[in-house]
Design a binder for this molecule. Structure first.
Ligand code: PLP
Length: 404
């Protein structure tokens, strides 16, 4: 590659004092590298919000479930948030001294006892589910919540991450709440949960909260907690923490409740890399193409689903105009990571380092097309590298059939 500029963007903050190409040279690629220093950086911000307001922050495990890091994360969060039985169990097993809060679109009858065993808070997605399971959960000493849908969309463009989009199945609308709720069922409630944001600032929380209070506030006075869900990009540089803290205190003071937040992304923002290598390059018409040993579809599916262009170390910086389309070795035409601007051509064997790759990646990988799963490594504060897990052919084979 031609002469490269320094890359001071936040996803690469902790690589500023080292040569990451040397640092990662011994890794078998593709490889996820989790950045301990950045997890601590993010954690300290979350800890401060909890200290300032008395609220409690939970790790949303659907975003990040690398439990080898839970002993570190538990210094910064009050517990884990789970989307069902498996995550509840993981939270209980791997962060055993902290709270487990479980929300599920619908709980299954036959697994509910086990869900109860692992969870401290149960949050139901419909009045029907609350009626079905609420009393049993309450009788076994659990704290009971209902997820509401305030029907206020503050995000535009990607309904895949918008629980307030028309026809949403997530949360109880005011109409359903008032038609279906009865006194006995209402008296089961210890808390209310809403989750409506995605990568958003606290101004959008303010907009949401205003509607939540107007519509549902009259039901809040006998509660002990209100859970603001996730999607708060608290650890992002431009996030307005003062406003968040004001909103938390307002709700805690007005309704005499404890506020919970359950961010995923904010707990591990910028705290990981996906290290890959160039396998081949060629031109196709006007396009310069690079084939990598990683895959958008298999290793960073949000790039395709959202979609978004992930940050790639030392590319897309000012003054670079040599565009290269980077894609994977799979057969899926759309398995393209994106068009990135480089200072010049790349060649076989070059290392490419994608940033902000801790969130919604290791939890979403798959072996479509027989793609190997990237190994998972930890970059320690002292820049030594520890192996967390490696994978091989058996991991691909075992989930497709009988093991012989
Ligand atoms: C996804 C989700 C979260 C975490 O969202 P982030 O955008 O990663 O902060 C929290 N709570 C619920 C119910 C969710 O579905």
């Amino acid at each position: 590659m031609a002469e490269l500029k320094k890359d001071n963007r936040p996803p690469f903050r902790n690589l500023a004092s080292v040569d990451p190409y040397k640092l990662f040279a011994s890794l078998h690629t593709p490889a996820f590298v989790i950045d301990e220093a950045q997890l601590i950086y993010d954690g300290e911000i979350l800890k401060k919000v909890q200290e300032d307001t008395g609220c409690r922050i939970l790790l949303a495990q659907k975003c990040f479930s690398n439990y080898d890091l839970y002993p570190l994360l538990e210094n910064y969060v009050a517990g884990t948030e789970a989307s069902g039985l498996y995550e509840a169990r993981l939270g209980k097993e791997e962060m055993p001294n902290k709270e487990v809060h479980t929300f599920c679109g619908a709980f299954r009858e036959e697994e509910f006892d086990e869900v109860l065993k692992y969870s401290d808070h149960l949050v139901f997605n419909s009045v029907n589910q609350l009626k079905k399971f609420g009393k049993k959960a309450k009788d076994s000493g659990k704290s009971i919540g209902l997820r509401i849908n305030p029907e206020v969309s503050t995000q535009v463009g990607h309904d895949i991450y918008n629980p307030c989009a028309p026809g949403s199945r997530l949360g109880v609308t005011l109409k359903n709440f008032e038609e279906q709720m009865d006194e006995d069922t209402l008296s089961l409630l210890d808390g209310i949960h809403f989750h409506t944001l995605c990568q958003q600032n606290s101004i959008d929380l303010e907009t949401t909260l205003k509607v939540v209070e107007e519509k549902f506030g009259k039901y809040f006075h006998n509660l002990s907690w209100i859970n603001f869900g996730g999607g708060h990009h608290i650890t992002r540089e431009d996030y307005d923490i003062a406003r968040l803290e004001r909103l938390i205190k307002h709700v805690q003071d007005t309704y005499n409740v404890l506020v919970y937040l359950e961010p995923g992304e904010a707990t591990c923002l910028n705290a990981g890399y996906l290290v890959s290598k160039v396998l081949d390059t060629f031109d196709n018409g006007d396009f310069h193409i690079g084939i990598l040993d990683t895959s958008a579809a298999c290793h960073m599916p949000d790039v395709v689903e959202m979609p978004y262009l992930p940050p790639l170390y030392q590319t897309d910086l000012e003054g670079y105009d040599y565009k290269i389309r980077l894609g994977s070795q799979t057969c899926l035409s759309g398995d393209v990571i994106g068009d990135f601007s480089f200072p010049g051509p790349i060649k076989e064997g070059d290392m490419l380092i994608f940033g902000d790759m801790a969130l919604y990646t290791t939890v979403k990988t798959n072996t479509f097309n027989g793609m190997p799963l990237p190994g998972i490594y930890l970059l320690k504060k002292d820049y030594s590298i520890e192996t967390i897990a490696t994978f091989g052919y058996d991991d691909f084979k075992h989930r497709l059939g009988k093991s012989k």
